[in-house]
Design a protein. Sequence first.
Length: 374
Amino acid sequence: MTEELSLFLKPKILRPKAEHGSEITRRFAMNKVGRMIAAAMQDRSIRFFDVENGQEVQRIQDDYLCTSIAFSPRGDIVVTGGVDRLIKVWDIKTGERIATLEGHSYPILSLSFSPDGDRFVSGSGDTTLKIWNVDDFQMIHHLKGHSLYVVSCEWDPLGNRVISAGVDGAIGIWDPNTGEKIDWIQEHRTAVHSIHFSSDGSLLASGSSDLSIIVWDATGRSLEMKKKLLGHSGEVRTVSFSSDAKYLASGSSDKDLFIWKMEDYSRAGESTTFSEVDGLEWLPNTHSFITADGTGAIVRWDVNELGAIMAPFNALLKEIEADTEHARREELIQKYEELKSQYDPEVLRDKRVFYILWQCRRGLGLLKGKPRST
């Protein structure tokens, strides 16, 4: 499969692996416009970072560990849920807590806003979901049906459904206006860790401990299975569509990152993180996404067509092979060094790029060893 991959995932480390356990990232979210990410840390702080350079721009300190986090689409507040079973509403600009909501009897494990920002839904280890009004922070509906922890919930981008997923392996579909259950789906064999809508609400993806991802047609009131994607060897911890729904990214407990092309459901790109993937968010209107993993590292990944990455190396190799008399050797060595200097070390370590560099070095008489296996 690896030889057939057509995409290259170029990483840029925004935040390196944590030097201390207190700086491990526990939860992770991005604001709607894609300029800021929020990371809940092991030291009970919630830190806000600039997406472009990874610089910290705000910090909130809580007394308890944060177990879920979500930005309002209005951009003014962020809500967090914690091990203290409370939901807290924070002013992003000032860092002040403006509301504390009680009602769940176990930690809050997932949060999601309605598209207009008027309401949000919380999913908890107490097996229930609650829908809250943002204007007065009152609970509107209490949704019951799961038999084990609710670990993921998402509001339909069109605003007319809430989807929930739990350790019981079930996917619940709810009417947020009435609180009624629309449907109950149990296609996964075990815990569903992540659910995510495409930006237009036409697709939903679910990732599970059964190692599978299911892509659902979400255009109707309920869900219809379109495709089951297999390939992960660890539980699928997170799934997310690019904003144009061309790609689906998935991350697993065994560090693997996969990119799937929705055109034919093929696995077109892959890479690995430092540790288990805890969160994944696509930047709006780009083919780039950000991951957080168990080491505390936050990494931006740019998805490129492999052919575009390889083209200048292939062109240089042809020039080297054409110079049979080595009349241009010094010129081509300089060209080789200049080309190599234009790429990040992570790109050059990719085995496909490494192999063609080895071929160039061999043609230039610079070889001092054998290529790594391809």
